[in-house]
Design a protein around this ligand. Structure first.
Ligand code: ATP
Ligand code: MG
Length: 391
């Protein structure tokens, strides 16, 4: 009966105690993902394998899709299970399996047996040879190739017999929750959701911060960011999205600082506020969607100047990506369609015609000094009035 998935996971380098942490986190994330869809699922791990047993109103496509959102999973194998205790019955099991899955296919195959139940008669090699023979007898369209088979029949003999041959790719990476947490600066653009996804893929859970500037940015722009946070959370798990009203800070910068430095000074205040919430949450770093040279505020000089505003590490997973490479990931993870909706973001309203492309930290700091006595209270106010959206 097809009612189980065998979950293959990577990162074999993880040993000893860490292995348990990894497996527990993986099982937890699998349960969370499956809780969102109909069906009753039992997740158990034993001896380096994770199995998902499915009952009730479950549906294969939906289940695989849910599993493909769980980082740490490398492969998802649909498994047929058989309650078999003797070699003859095992032969009819394999015939049942092959006739269901491969009756009409012309292909080469190999049989691999893992005899975990040592009571079961015969060696793994003998059982594999017997099963190969019986397949050849009944399916003339199938032939053996032990070196490079089209189909690998994997048979595991445990308390139950598991037969599988298909491996559906998972997203890879490490289970969320195994590597601390980070604060994602999430705008409505294409890049930052991808950046968050990439950090989450390494096992990091996320919080996020969005700076909006009502009435210059609309409610729909804000909704778009909430939607993007939700799309990222389909992989990264629950996210606390801090929505910060940035209007007054932005206006103050506009009034007091040289206009060609607006963007860079704004970015520095965003980073400071992001860091405030990050520290409050115990996050171990800040994540942005920046990539070298993409725009004026992302030259090496600009990145250095923005970076200097905070002490927490700033992670920029897209740093070496071209735009088309970022778009490719955005499409794959399902954020692209939302990201390209044409709602203004708070940076585009106040951009200067000729922004500095090579800011010098000392000069920027001198400009920021003009905000003294004005900006402190505005920053406090922005922090105090933050709205937290849980997605
Ligand atoms: P994105 O496509 O992610 O919006 P971008 O190419 O538009 O990036 P910038 O606007 O320079 O680039 O922003 C660089 C990074 O700064 C973003 O990837 C994001 O991490 C952060 N950021 C920019 N604007 C905001 C905002 N309004 N709220 C939160 N973070 C922001
Ligand atoms: Mg942007």
């Amino acid at each position: 009966m097809f009612d189980t998935y065998l979950i293959k996971y990577g990162e074999i380098g993880i040993k000893g105690k860490n292995r348990h942490v990894f497996e527990d986190a993986l099982a937890k994330q699998i349960r969370l993902a499956l809780a969102k869809i109909p069906g009753e699922f039992t997740v158990r791990h034993e001896r380096g394998r994770v199995y998902v047993h499915c009952e009730g109103e479950w549906e294969a496509g939906e289940t695989v899709d849910a599993l493909q959102h769980v980082f740490g999973i490398v492969g998802i194998c649909p498994v047929h299970t058989y309650e078999t205790r003797d070699p003859e019955a095992l032969k009819s099991d394999i015939l049942d399996y092959v006739s269901r899955e491969y009756a009409d296919r012309t292909a080469t195959f190999k049989v691999k047996v893992r005899r975990v139940d040592k009571e079961f008669p015969g060696t793994s090699m003998e059982i594999a040879a017997d099963l190969g023979e019986v397949i050849l007898e009944h399916f003339p369209n199938l032939s053996v190739d032990v070196h490079n088979p089209d189909i690998m029949f994997d048979i595991e003999i445990r308390d139950t017999v598991y037969i599988y041959s298909e491996i559906i790719p998972g997203p890879g990476g490490m289970p969320v929750g195994t590597n601390g947490s980070a604060m994602l600066c999430l705008s409505g653009g294409i890049d930052s959701p991808v950046a968050g996804w990439m950090i989450a893929k390494r096992g990091v859970s996320l919080d996020a911060v969005y700076f909006h500037a009502p009435p210059y940015t609309s409610e729909r722009a804000r909704e778009k960011v909430v939607d993007l946070a939700r799309a990222v959370s389909a992989y990264a798990g629950p996210i606390r999205l801090y929505v910060v009203n940035f209007t007054d800070i932005q206006m103050a910068i506009y009034d007091h600082c040289p206009h060609e430095e607006l963007t860079i000074i704004m970015r520095r205040y965003m980073m400071r506020i992001a860091e405030h919430f990050a520290k409050e949450r115990g996050n171990l770093g800040i994540v942005t969607g920046e990539s070298i040279g993409q725009v004026a505020s992302q030259t090496m000089q600009s990145l250095m100047t923005t970076n200097a505003a905070v002490t927490l590490p700033v992670y920029r997973p897209l740093i070496g990506f071209d735009k088309n490479e970022i778009v490719e990931v955005a499409e794959k993870i399902g954020t692209y369609e939302t990201s390209i909706l044409p709602y203004e973001d708070c940076c585009t309203i106040f951009v200067a015609k000729h922004p500095v492309t090579k800011p010098v930290l000392e000069i920027i700091e001198r400009s920021e000094a003009k905000l003294k006595g004005v900006v402190e209270e505005l920053v406090e106010e922005a922090i105090r009035t933050v709205e937290v959206v849980r997605v």
